[in-house]
Design a protein around this ligand. Structure first.
Ligand code: GLA
Length: 731
């Protein structure tokens, strides 16, 4: 049993393998948060002390008890406007103009398993999953709130969400409904958030939480390159391998907000959910609103420990079962090889060469449809441009399959160009304010995915392509942020719903396509990693990590991504040198080592490769096949501390049985007469001896973890080394 309710004390305990989460409804019905952290073996309500703090008032019925204030007590889901002056989790506008919400305990239910969500991605049930539902009620506005807790014990993850139900007979307007709110009574925290930009996503920044509010989020209609929906709170001394760390990851691909407030007494509140700016949702009598899910996790083993919890749950409970253990194809993508300049003959030449080198799939990127010879026209017209190709898609696909390769195709379903037949026929299908010219980005507009007719059109248009050629893979792109978020199909008072309805439309389209083509692999993409989040990962087992394919830049991007997401989700390709984004020259071997720590592929013109390079690529692909399971299933460890080491980056994978490991090191700064790059390995079994491939030598796990390993000095620009360890016996 991972969920317990003690009838005497009223305490709810949620237990995972290494964590405990406790709460209880007190005598006034307020649901108090008691504790989240390492196991304690007992009840933690003794941590709460009551005192009369000036300017922290008291609920009316408790006015004689001036030590009781909603403003000072740790709460599980704080309502707006009734005495807690910290960040609210929920705000609802009633017909009379009040925005107050006062939630009191009504009841609870504990169940095995979990219910699926119908229109949002969710964390899939594991065998041992249990669910706690706590119902709170505001009986003045007739609002019921169901707090859901799905416990995943062996992954050390608790999944939270909230469901708001209008039980009265007046409409209610939800203005804020967080997915999770967690109060930490004690502790000084650093926050790590993941900021970025197009071509440089998920860069970790670690900051001491200030007094007051710190917040990160996106109002771009997408989870964004600029701020990933994932934050870590860690104790001020936490390192990669030591210290308390808490994660909160939102399973959502649209506008989001992560807020942290350190209050007057030093307590910290974390609130995460749909961004309330511009959001409102009318809840008619009898209707319910479900928030996205938030994945909470705690680790006492530093940032690496926390990352492994997220890797585990994403690999096994977020990614579709279809792809959890299936090998991913080594692909070649046409984008940086040809951009818009191709015909079927050129693509087939790429395919032949790719096959000779051992690649397994050819992906035809942007430019195969409508009037699409550059990025100014054609989006929305998902009709094969046979004139440009010189044949039908079926003929091209047949020939690629005849070579022994699989075939993939690029789409950008949610977008439209003004210069397209679709826009000419349905200008009202694009998001745009009335009487105002919309912002253009990459010369394109955003389709109104809140409309069912738009979703239906896209489903039919994509099926028409997918039905007429053998296509195993779709790259699903999204190449601008959403502005002018106004739908012509909704009334003025419901425009606050458009951004969320947009996401529901996108999720619906993905879901319908995957039901119709259960073996189709959809790789997510948004100008690289602009929608790299657990919501998209529910549908897409891998996401193109960044439009920056420069190997050295990728070190940072993939490291940042690794805090929340496993290597098996990171689309990573070997691209040309000099690199197209930076002009940087890097050795082919270094490019391969870095791309291998993702879903391996190539994105270069094979006709420009020398024979020697082709031979090297053959070897890279066969090496990758030796290691791909270890990389996909192994435990991942960052071997350098954030911001501390400037000369090299190192990371490793250890197989679940600890019998095999792969260590990677890339020099980012080679120094004359420099020190030997030395690292202490992680995750090895101290009892085992490990043989180092290529060297007739073995070391004990204990030695490699405590004493570490010194690599030889390396020369030239950006050299890399890889160490493959295999356990030979027990020490
Ligand atoms: C985005 C993607 C690229 C490529 C182009 C095509 O930028 O991230 O990989 O598909 O679109 O236009």
């Amino acid at each position: 049993m991972s969920i317990l309710h003690n009838e005497q004390t009223g305490i709810f305990s949620l237990e995972t393998a290494h964590s405990l989460y406790q709460m209880k409804a007190d005598a006034t019905g307020v649901l108090l948060h008691l504790y989240y952290g390492g196991k304690t073996g007992g009840d933690m309500d003794y941590l709460i002390r009551y005192t009369d703090r000036g300017f922290s008032g008291n609920p009316y019925e408790l006015s004689s008890n001036r030590g009781y204030s909603l403003d000072t007590l740790p709460q599980e889901y704080s309502g707006n406007g009734v005495g807690d002056f910290r960040l609210p989790a929920v705000q609802v506008l009633s017909e009379n103009g009040s925005r107050s919400v006062d939630l009191r305990f009504v009841g609870y239910a504990i169940a095995k398993g979990r219910r699926q969500l119908s229109d949002l991605p969710f964390v899939r049930e594991a065998e041992e999953t249990e669910t706690l539902t706590i119902t709170l009620r505001d009986s003045v506005i007739d609002l019921d709130l169901e707090l859901k807790y799905h416990v995943f014990p062996s992954q050390d993850v608790i999944v939270r969400s909230a469901r708001l139900i209008n039980t009265g007979n007046q409409p209610l307007v939800i203005e804020k409904a967080a997915s999770a709110c967690v109060d930490f009574l004690y502790g000084d925290f650093d926050v790590i958030h993941f900021h970025g930009r197009h071509c440089m996503e998920r860069i970790p920044e670690r900051l001491s939480l200030p007094r007051g509010v710190a917040s990160f989020g996106s109002r771009r209609g997408m989870s964004s390159h600029h701020s990933n929906p994932f934050v870590i709170l860690c104790d001020r001394h936490a390192t990669e391998n030591t210290g308390d760390c808490y994660g909160c990851m939102l399973m959502y691909s649209g506008n989001h907000l992560e807020e942290m407030e350190v209050d007057q007494a030093g307590s910290t509140r974390l609130v995460s959910g749909i961004h309330p700016d511009g959001f409102s949702w009318t809840l008619a009598p009898g209707e319910a609103f479900q928030t996205p899910e938030a994945l909470l996790s705690y680790s006492a083993n530093g940032l690496n420990g926390l990352s492994r919890h997220y890797h585990d749950i994403i690999r096994h409970q977020v990614i579709s079962p279809r792809w959890q253990t299936a090998k991913r194809p080594v692909l070649i993508n046409s984008w940086e090889a040809a951009y818009f300049d191709f015909d079927a003959e050129k693509i087939l030449r790429f395919a032949r060469s790719a096959k000779e080198m051992g690649m397994e799939m050819l992906v035809l990127d942007d430019g195969w449809f409508g009037k699409r010879d550059d990025d100014n026209a054609g989006l929305g017209d998902w009709v094969v441009n046979e004139k440009k190709l010189g044949c039908s898609m079926q003929e091209l696909s047949d020939q690629i399959h005849a070579l022994g390769l699989e075939f993939g195709l690029w789409f950008e379903p949610e977008m439209v160009n003004e210069d397209s037949d679709l826009y000419r026929a349905h200008p009202d299908w694009a998001l745009a304010d009335p009487d105002r010219k919309p912002m253009l980005a990459r010369n394109q507009l955003v389709l109104d995915m809140s409309r069912q007719d738009v979703v239906d059109y896209l489903f039919d248009a994509m099926c028409a392509v997918l039905d007429h050629a053998k296509i195993e893979y779709v790259k699903w792109d999204f190449n601008r942020s959403i502005s002018n978020c106004y739908s012509h199909a909704l009334s003025a008072d419901r425009q606050g719903e458009v951004a969320h309805r947009f996401m529901l439309g996108t999720y619906q389209l993905l879901d319908r396509l995957l039901k119709r083509y259960p073996d189709l692999m959809i790789e997510g993409c948004s100008g690289g990693g602009g929608r790299f989040d657990a919501g998209m990962l529910y549908y897409c087992p891998q996401i193109w990590c960044s439009d920056d394919s420069d190997a050295v830049e990728r070190l940072e991007i993939q490291r940042g991504t690794s805090y929340g997401y496993p290597a098996s989700t990171m689309g990573a390709h070997v691209s040309a040198s000099p690199n197209h984004q930076t002009g940087r020259m890097t050795p082919l071997s270094t490019r391969s080592i870095i791309a291998q720590s993702g879903t391996f592929g190539y994105e270069l013109n094979p006709e420009k490769l020398t024979d020697a390079e082709k031979e090297e690529i053959k070897k890279q692909i066969s090496d990758y096949h030796r290691f791909e399971l270890l990389i996909a299933e192994g435990s991942y460890y960052r071997l350098t501390e954030l911001d501390e080491n400037k000369d090299f980056e190192a990371w490793m994978f250890v197989s679940p049985d600890q019998k095999e490991a792969l260590v990677n090191l890339v020099m980012t700064h080679v120094r004359a007469n420099g020190p030997f790059p030395h690292i202490r390995l992680q995750g090895l079994n101290p009892q085992y001896h490990y043989r180092l491939e290529g060297e007739n030598i073995a070391h004990s796990g204990l030695a490699l973890v405590n004493g570490g390993f010194a690599f030889p000095q390396m020369h030239r620009d950006y050299p890399a080394a890889q160490l493959h360890l295999v356990a030979i016996d027990e020490a």
